[in-house]
Design a protein around this ligand. Structure first.
Ligand SMILES: [Zn+2]
Length: 577
């Protein structure tokens, strides 16, 4: 089997956390050959510069004649071809970056996210490719790519973009397999925990089936869940027909946390349609050398987040009561965040590259998360669609219509396209909704919208509570200011993030206790003084306590629902009212 571009990954000394890649480029006809590494990877809208972990790059001909190679920018190398039609490029990758799901190797496995390890020829991204894995004998591969007929360790990709959207897991993992709609689903569990594999299989299958009902068909022949289970891990990344999801062993072992594993699986699987099939035009034919901007991450990520917990309820794996409690908490957190009044979900999407993926202590004051705000505005949109159509149409219809209208072979969609599809489905215009809640920072009026599914929001506490606006964390035995919220008195008084709170009114407290103590024993308007340690010097700050700007709510069923409200609830949660 011969491909224009081939890679051999040598995993001979995985215990050193390095591996060697030998790339063979055929059909070189130019005087020089450029090879490069992308600066970002699919699913993470931030520049990661993986070329920083590349070393010992050399180029040579099939007869081992060395060719001159030099770097032309942070991530590009130029080779003098000297007339050679075939050129080898060899380099070493240091791979110990597991948390960002980019590259990791040790004596138990290797994980390779293509864009972070495989060089490409910028002028030949469409060439077909092959990857040979040279690994310890007892290691197995889990990957969305097809493999050569006679060799599971030789992977095939039609082009570079498919290669880098198909992460490779190879090592010692447990394999669970199930079928949905006649298609095979593999779950490869690396790391391990004391978990019930039969239950996981059943639950993942339910999740896939529930999402299949929304979209009508599975857009792949085979799907692979790569699961990394180890202390300190969390989160996931969507890929073409696979995903990498990470979690702690505890989250597989403890009931409450296990629901998060299911919603994580539901989230990444949902992306198989939302992002991997219908995608913003800005995320088609992406530039791998720099940022790619879109205002639509609120829809790509936020709407996916909205469905990830909803699907778990619909699949019967969580209860409506616990789902509604989590929604109420989400609404509280959103309204309590000063950044909600500063940055819109569309702006948060556009600025993902410089804000969301570059967190600062001021984020709560100046930004929203396109995941969290996107989730809530998707809920609001779902409720508004239902309101305007008497529950005849809902967000599920928008999702399946987008899947149909914007196939992966097409140009992708824009915000205007999304508005057009909404209008066609509902006979109603959503421009004003978008201006207020997606491109603007208007407060989401859930109180007015929940009635359409027979629910109401009831305030849990109406009494004013004393408020500092300090978010604190423990650092060893110290209490350190993580963030100072701009709607609290500590902000104006000049408390800074990073300050150590030595005492409050002359007494030492642990970080988790200070705000609770203030709420229980003091009132808005009372004066407090803090002893702070900043850059090694003590200082005293005094201020009057403010009022906590938000209360919490309970979302509960209305006492005498109409048949329409009941039907709305049932079509939303797929549970009886
Ligand atoms: Zn996502």
């Amino acid at each position: 089997m011969i491909r224009p571009i081939e890679y051999t990954v040598s995993l001979e000394a995985p215990q050193t956390q390095t591996f060697q890649i030998t790339m063979l480029v055929r059909n070189v006809a130019s005087r020089t050959l450029e090879v490069a590494l992308p600066v970002w990877r699919q699913g993470r809208y931030g520049v990661l510069n993986p070329a920083g972990s590349i070393r010992s790059v050399r180029a040579y001909t099939p007869s081992q004649r060395a060719l001159a190679i030099r770097k032309t920018d942070k991530t590009t190398w130029r080779i003098e071809a000297e007339g050679a039609p075939e050129i080898f490029i060899q380099y070493t990758v240091f791979a110990n970056s597991l948390n960002d799901r980019t590259r990791h190797v040790d004596d138990t496995h290797a994980f390779l996210s293509g864009a972070m390890v495989f060089f490409y020829v910028p002028s030949r991204r469409n060439d077909s490719l092959l990857v040979r894995l040279d690994a310890p004998a007892d290691w197995q591969v889990a990957c969305g790519l097809d493999h050569a007929e006679d060799d599971p360790l030789t992977l095939l990709a039609p082009n570079y973009d498919v290669l880098i959207d198909s992460p490779i897991e190879i090592g010692q993992h447990e394999l669970i397999t199930f079928d949905v709609a006649g298609k095979r689903h593999d779950v490869a569990v690396w790391g391990g925990a004391a978990f019930d594999a039969a239950r996981l299989e059943r639950d993942f299958m339910q999740v896939v089936q529930t999402e299949l009902k929304i979209f009508g068909s599975l857009p792949y022949d085979r799907y692979v869940f790569i699961m990394h289970v180890a202390a300190g891990l969390g989160g996931g990344t969507e890929h073409l027909n696979s995903t990498v999801i990470q979690m702690t062993p505890r989250s597989l072992e403890e009931e409450e946390q296990y629901k998060r594993v299911l919603s994580l699986a539901a989230h990444e699987m949902f992306h198989t349609w939302n992002v991997k099939r219908f995608k913003p035009s800005a995320l088609r034919d992406v530039d791998l050398t720099r940022e790619n901007y879109t205002e639509l991450l609120w829809f790509c990520e936020g709407t996916t987040s909205y469905y990830d917990t909803l699907v778990v309820v619909r699949a019967g794996l969580d209860t409506p009561a616990s789902y509604l409690r989590a929604l109420a908490e989400g609404i509280y957190q959103c309204r309590a965040r000063p950044g909600t009044r500063v940055q819109s979900p569309a702006e948060s999407s556009f600025d993902a590259w410089i804000k969301f993926n570059n967190p600062t202590p001021d984020d709560l004051n100046s930004t929203v998360s396109y995941y969290e705000s996107g989730e809530l505005v998707s809920l609001l949109l779902d409720l508004d669609i239902r309101r305007r159509t008497q529950n005849r149409v809902n967000l599920d219809h928008l999702m399946s219509a987008m899947y149909e209208a914007f196939p992966v072979s097409g140009p992708g969609y824009t915000t205007a396209d999304l508005l057009e599809v909404l209008s066609r489905l509902t006979n109603s215009r959503f421009e004003e909704f978008f201006e207020k809640y997606i491109e603007g920072t208007s407060r989401y009026p859930f109180e007015e919208f929940f009635h359409v599914v027979g629910l109401e929001m009831v305030p849990l506490q109406t009494d004013a509570r004393a408020y500092t606006g300090l978010a604190l964390q423990e650092d060893g035995a110290s209490c350190v200011v993580r963030s100072v919220l701009s709607d609290g008195p500590a902000y104006i008084a000049g408390v800074n993030s990073g300050d150590e709170v030595v005492t409050l009114n002359g007494r030492k407290f642990r970080a988790p206790d200070i705000n609770g103590h203030i709420e229980r024993t003091m009132s808005p308007g009372d004066t407090v003084w803090l002893q702070l340690l900043r850059r090694g010097r003590l200082r005293r700050v005094e201020f009057r306590l403010g009022e906590k700007p938000n209360s919490r709510w309970e979302i509960r069923k209305v006492s005498s629902p109409t048949p329409e409200q009941k039907a709305g609830y049932e079509s939303w949660l797929h549970c009886e009212f």
